[in-house]
Design a protein around this ligand. Structure first.
Ligand code: NAD
Length: 479
């Protein structure tokens, strides 16, 4: 099946007639093609967006909100179709797409449909100066949204929904590795009555299409989620043009486990926080740090549980671990197993590619636990972004905190303890944008979401996202 660009409400072929293959990772087969859009396509998308901006930015909030709600409802109506499409494109279990990815994409639209009706700006009375200041928060114009392959529709809509709610028009690019649900979103937007040109979706490689969006002189802001290296490149290109930038980047998140935690809840959640979506979630706790007192017990129980996870075809109900997203990614994961062997890491379980009967060319890999003793090893410092976690022990709170922070990334951390004082000390001292205590990936869409250090700049979520997609303008009136 050939995917087309969605420009000005229509599905169009790329000007360049340049196409790239789209793979089904569960089978390791090409199942369609997508445009590799060039500058011309991005320019057409930009023009459509720019032409629509005056009207969309002046559309009453209630009307904008209704359209976004309608999109949310249509996503839910098409839950099954979208979940199957997401799974086929990405390799994730259909069940996961049905219960997490697609419902969350709908929630993103519903949340910002509501949030925009509650968004307000500040007023400052300048007492004694006979003046009052109020702040307008106006949409930026045409903005660019670029998203990765791990949570395709979930992260794509997480950017688009607030941008549109705030009155911007959008040129968006999903990952070339998982373009299908973004393509299907175009049709949903038309059915929901989103005016033509308000959202435009262009497909293609990062270095071609993504680069053209970032380089476009009149695209005012870039909201990007992806790798740290790509984020740094985007910052270098966009900064001299003074574009607003929101960069949500990689992670190497610590999962810190103390002996006083609720053990069973911790164990169950740790299996999920390690291997959900084949470990391909930026928030996965890939460095498990365990208090020495319970280290051996945890090791035995964790290995036992992880060995029970079933690697299987994504469409099967019983599958826990589906396919990795691509052959390149599978090779990357395998390269870390070699690194583990070189670095003296001990593979406690997993470590091998899986060949599934009838799907021999698919990209499957065993959930893998590696025991390490040195936090400076590559396995603990580099983002693997797959079904591979490390475990190591610590003795004191100070040591745990040092290990947790001793990495260039700072996206999220998870802490397991029932000690309130420790909870507060860690919450204050962990260098991450998100700290979960006795839970993982519990999301309230009103909260600020994003990373510290090399995990990014800026925050998404709630009013933070609406602030990002608006320009504050202060008006001072003397009376
Ligand atoms: P990636 O950086 O390779 O690609 C992300 C997107 O950027 C894709 O759409 C890609 O086509 C585009 N891109 C690539 N080069 C570009 C360029 N020069 N100009 C403009 N766009 C360009 O990342 P990926 O492999 O798709 O995703 C995995 C990464 O995403 C991991 O590092 C993961 O941690 C990160 N991630 C972060 C979050 C977060 O919220 N912090 C969430 C999910 C994933």
């Amino acid at each position: 099946m050939n995917i087309k660009n969605y420009i000005n409400g229509e599905f169009v072929n790329p000007v360049s007639k340049d196409w790239i293959d789209n793979f089904n990772p569960a089978k390791g087969e090409v199942y369609g093609q997508i445009p590799n859009s060039t500058k011309e396509d991005v320019e057409n998308a930009y023009q459509a967006a720019a032409d629509s901006f005056p009207k969309w930015s002046n559309t009453p909030l209630e009307d904008r909100s209704k359209i976004l709600s309608k999109i949310a409802n249509l996503i839910l109506e098409k839950l099954d179709v979208l979940a199957i499409a997401e799974s086929k494109d990405n390799g994730k279990p259909v069940n996961l797409a049905k219960t997490v990815d697609i419902p969350r994409a709908a929630s993103n639209f519903q949340f910002f449909a509501n949030a925009i009706t509650q968004f307000s700006s500040e007023a400052h009375e300048s007492v004694g100066l006979d003046a009052v200041n109020f702040t307008l928060r106006q949409p930026l114009g045409v903005v660019g949204c670029i998203s990765p392959w791990n949570l395709p529709l979930y992260l794509f809509t997480w950017k688009i929904a607030p941008a549109l709610a705030a009155g911007n028009c959008v040129v968006a690019k999903p990952s070339e590795v998982t373009p299908m649900t973004a393509y299907l979103l175009g049709e949903i937007c038309n059915d929901a009555g989103l005016p033509k040109g308000v959202l435009n979706i262009v497909h293609g490689l990062g270095t071609t299409t993504g680069q053209a969006i970032v380089e476009h002189p009149n695209i005012k802001a870039i909201s990007f989620t992806g790798g740290t290296k790509t984020g740094a490149h985007i910052a270098r290109v966009a900064a001299p043009m003074f574009k607003k930038l929101s960069l949500e980047l990689g992670g190497k998140n610590p999962n810190i486990i103390f002996a006083d935690c609720d053990y069973n809840k911790m164990l169950e959640t740790t299996v999920r926080s390690s291997f959900a979506n084949q470990g391909q979630i930026c928030l996965c706790g890939s460095r498990i740090l365990v208090e020495e007192k319970i280290y051996e017990r945890f090791k035995i129980d964790f290995i036992k549980k992880v060995k029970q996870l079933k690697v299987g075809h994504p469409s099967e109900e019983s599958t826990d671990i589906g396919a990795l997203v691509s052959k390149e990614h599978l090779e990357k994961i395998e390269s870390y197993i070699e690194i583990a062997e070189d670095e003296g890491g001990k593979i406690l379980c997993g470590g091998l590619e899986v060949t599934l009967p009838n799907y021999e060319n698919g990209y499957y890999f065993q959930p893998t636990i590696i025991e390490v003793t040195n936090n400076q090893c590559k396995l603990n410092q580099e983002e693997i972004f797959g079904p591979v976690v490390t475990i190591m022990s610590f003795k004191t709170d100070e040591e745990a905190l040092t290990l947790a922070n001793d990495v260039k990334y700072g996206l999220s951390s998870t802490l397991w303890t029932n000690n309130l004082n420790r909870t507060m000390q860690f919450a204050k001292q962990l260098h991450t944008g998100i700290v979960w205590v006795n839970t993982w990936m519990l999301r309230d869409l009103r909260t600020p979401f994003g990373g510290a250090k090399e995990s990014g700049v800026g925050r998404e979520g709630g009013f933070e996202a609406l602030r990002f997609f608006t320009e504050p303008k202060n008006v001072c009136i003397k009376y």
